[in-house]
Design a protein around this ligand. Structure first.
Ligand SMILES: NC(=O)c1ccc[n+]([C@@H]2O[C@H](COP(=O)([O-])OP(=O)(O)OC[C@H]3O[C@@H](n4cnc5c(N)ncnc54)[C@H](OP(=O)(O)O)[C@@H]3O)[C@@H](O)[C@H]2O)c1
Length: 308
């Protein structure tokens, strides 16, 4: 079967290759992949993984082979899955515990956005729960995770501030539920009970002094690839604040998250209460140009590749 593998000698560091069919374990489902969404983590890991590795976290498609132990959905079910690698392929084996059926009204393109971006937002926001009435700052809000986080925080009753890189990146942010859209973090102002931080560099430096007494910052990434300077006295003066580093797969184990949460998120999409913000869709033959657009911060929300 065909798959997209890491190929460091190619212009976008990817190439199509013939790879073996998946060999599922007894508790795994084989998904015939129809769409995958792109994540900055995949883009970043194109510089870190071994050549020949099949890329991809987020498959959406149809169950081609049921889990032999009966733990997954039947053949023919439209599903999403979640994997650390391997989804940019025609078929992929995924543990049934992270395979969730796609509701009728949700497209493969929308559904493919849910696993990493949706679960990361949900898991990070859980660190501030209950969010009713709380002030939440989302950095990198224009991106895939950011747009899920703004909506999920608002759905939980938070007052959301969205940090974006410029005016063109703010499109639709208020409609998604942001009370305030900012382009830089001022040194003073009402503190935030929860900060979901993914940019790093100067953004992290500016955000730290704005954490509320007893507030929490969840650091999920560092899209700017820049280290941050900070004054330790900020913490001493504020007393108890929490900074939590989060990696999705470890966090899912920690919080006991699985297909149940994937199903909740999909049901919100089906009800029209959560919009995956699909900004660009192209064939996986155009994966290089989708990756370039993601790297250049041109995607407002999510980019999706169809496996045709
Ligand atoms: N810990 C985990 O398990 C986990 C899971 C998922 C994602 N992540 C991380 O979370 C972050 C967001 O992921 P994503 O898939 O939502 O990425 P994305 O769609 O590319 O969004 C990243 C956002 O960061 C902003 N940004 C600010 N400075 C940037 C810079 N110098 N370079 C690039 N982007 C910059 C961009 O918005 P503006 O242009 O408006 O500034 C962009 O919208 C990434 O760092 C990713 O690695 C971590």
């Amino acid at each position: 079967m065909r798959a997209i593998v890491l190929a460091p000698d190619q212009p976008d560091r990817i190439a199509f290759a013939e790879v073996p069919e998946p060999a599922p374990a007894v508790d795994e489902v084989v998904i015939e992949v129809r769409a995958v969404s792109l994540n900055r983590g995949e883009y970043r890991r194109l510089r870190q993984m071994a050549p020949g590795t099949v890329v991809g976290y987020d498959p959406a498609g149809i169950v081609a082979v049921e889990a032999a132990d009966g733990s997954g959905p039947p053949r023919g079910t439209r599903v999403i899955g979640l994997l650390p690698n391997g989804s940019w392929a025609q078929r992929v084996a995924v543990p049934a515990r992270v395979v969730a059926p796609i509701p009728e009204r949700v497209t493969f393109e929308q559904a493919a956005c849910v696993p990493v971006a949706g679960l990361t937002s949900l898991a990070a926001l859980a660190h501030g729960a209950p969010l009713l009435g709380k002030r939440v700052l989302i950095t990198g809000a224009a991106g895939g995770v950011g747009r899920f986080a703004v909506q999920l925080a608002r759905l939980q009753g938070a007052r959301v501030t969205a940090l974006v890189g410029g005016p063109g990146r703010a499109a639709g942010m208020r409609e998604l539920g942001a009370e305030e859209v900012i382009e830089r973090i001022a040194p003073d102002g009402e503190p935030f009970d929860l900060i979901l931080e993914s940019v790093g560099g100067e953004v992290l430096t500016a955000a730290l002094p704005r954490i509320a007494h007893r507030g929490t910052m969840v650091i999920i990434g560092g899209s700017s690839d820049t280290p941050s300077a900070f004054d330790g006295l900020v913490f001493a003066r504020k007393g108890p604040i929490t900074i939590h580093g989060m990696s999705l797969f470890l966090e899912m184990e920690r919080q006991g998250m699985d297909r149940r949460e994937m199903g909740w998120l999909l049901s919100l999409v089906a009800d029209g209460r959560l919009d995956p913000q699909v900004d660009r869709v192209a064939s996986w033959r155009e994966m290089g140009s989708l990756l370039r657009a993601l790297g250049a911060r041109e995607i407002n929300g999510k980019a999706v590749a169809t496996v045709d």
